[in-house]
Design a protein around this ligand. Structure first.
Ligand SMILES: *Cc1c(COP(=O)(O)O)cnc(C)c1O
Length: 400
């Protein structure tokens, strides 16, 4: 389903610094001068293209990063935010008002789940959580109040694949907005090309890739991005999830190597998934033929980037999972840490960490078991060597 080349589109953008620098200058200012009072008025009204007003609204550095991410997602425009949650909450609050409903995948990032489940009802916005892989169930949950279908391309932490093309057809049929969190699969899947209306990323993960920054982005139509920044009623303007210019400049530099990193994350994860499956472990990885979303993924993905860097292994019990993670950390195979997309492998037990917002009974129902370990596979140069060392840990703990 390759309709554009995201890495090439980013590469074709060219920015220079103020003194001919090869990186754009950082705009280290919160406010901007105007030569005429009239232009200031026009800028407030949103009618002065290319003028900056105040940095909560926009900054040159944030616009550069936004442009590059819009090129990556093939969207008309993008707005960067201070975090992934800043992007998610702003989008949902912009699209929904009191009385509206959301139909959401039930396997989503814990923070997003908590926001929909615990926070939005305070504003009389209700969410129906569904198995997003069952299109008929999704459709059955749509009511006359539904405004948004929400999903993650590759879901956290169960790695279910949302069939974005089918969901897009459904959302068009019912006049809804399809909002896709593409954090696990930058470059791998291009949701806008497949019919999504809005794409969100946590830049904190693969896109920045060095676990030193928090950030987010919203990609969508120029009209939607303008709405978000509107001084009178825009969520990004009024809720204040503004990214700092110094940070957006640093994330833009890391974005330059994302295509290379994604290929290596995918290559390493695929190797480990295949090998551990052969060893008889319960491995979940979208690149495995027995994965429930394998065919859907092959329909959606940009093949050169593989099936992503995320993998889970169920080792049977929480005690075993904890022992294995501690031993792997001791052997320097990775870190026992939440988050993902780092050069080093990161692992955590989602039931007791990143998905702990989800009640235990609901975790069971969706197949999130106690012994599940979520791996974000790193950029290891020799993955065969890593595999052997991980295997030694598993043998020592009677997991293999
Ligand atoms: C981490 C994450 C988020 C939240 O992003 P922050 O930058 O931590 O606010 C949202 N969605 C997914 C899939 C994530 O992994």
């Amino acid at each position: 389903m390759k309709t554009h080349k995201p890495a090439d589109q980013i590469q074709d953008l060219q920015y220079f610094g103020e003194f001919g620098g090869v990186n754009p200058s950082i705009s280290d200012s919160s406010t901007y001068t105007f030569l005429s009072a009239k232009t200031m008025f026009d800028t407030f009204e949103g009618n002065a293209e290319g003028c900056y007003l105040y940095s909560r609204h926009s900054t040159p550095s944030n616009l550069y990063l936004g442009q590059a991410l819009a090129a990556m997602e093939n969207s008309e425009a993008a707005n960067v935010t201070a975090s992934g949650m800043g992007a998610i909450t702003s989008v949902l609050l912009q699209l929904c008002q009191s009385g509206d409903e959301i139909v959401s995948s039930r396997t989503i990032y814990g923070g997003t789940y908590a926001f929909m489940k615990n926070f939005l009802p305070k504003l009389n916005i209700q969410t129906q959580f569904v198995d997003i892989t069952k299109i008929d169930k999704v459709e059955a949950s749509i009511t006359e109040n539904t405004k948004v279908i929400y999903c993650e391309t590759i879901s956290n932490p169960l790695l279910e694949i949302a069939d974005i093309q089918e969901l897009a057809k459904l959302s068009k049929k019912h006049n809804l907005k399809l909002v896709v969190d593409n954090t696990f699969s930058p470059f791998i899947v291009s949701p806008i090309d497949l019919g999504a209306d809005v794409v969100i990323h946590s830049l904190t993960k693969f896109i920045n890739g060095s676990s030193d920054a928090v950030g987010g982005v919203i990609c969508g139509t120029q009209e939607f991005i303008d709405d978000l920044r509107n001084v009178n009623n825009g969520a990004c303007m009024l809720l204040g999830p503004t990214m700092d210019s110094l940070r957006s400049a640093s994330i833009l530099k890391n974005l330059r190597t994302l295509h290379i990193r994604m290929k290596q994350h995918s290559k390493n994860a695929e190797y480990l998934a295949q090998a551990f499956q052969k060893d008889g472990l319960k491995v979940v990885y979208p690149g495995l033929e027995n994965h429930s979303g394998h065919l859907a993924m092959k329909n959606l993905y940009n093949a050169e980037y593989g099936f992503g860097g995320m993998m889970t292994i169920d080792v049977g019990s929480l005690d075993k999972a904890n022992a294995l993670m501690e031993l792997m950390q001791m052997k320097n195979l990775g870190y026992l840490a939440v988050s993902l997309g780092f050069y080093k492998t990161l692992f955590s037990a989602p039931g007791t960490s990143t998905s702990s917002e989800i009640p235990v009974e609901e975790q069971k129902e969706m197949g999130l078991s106690d012994g599940l370990i979520r791996f974000s596979i790193g950029l290891d140069n020799d993955i065969e060597r890593t595999y052997q060392k991980m295997k030694e840990c598993m043998i020592e703990l009677n997991i293999l």
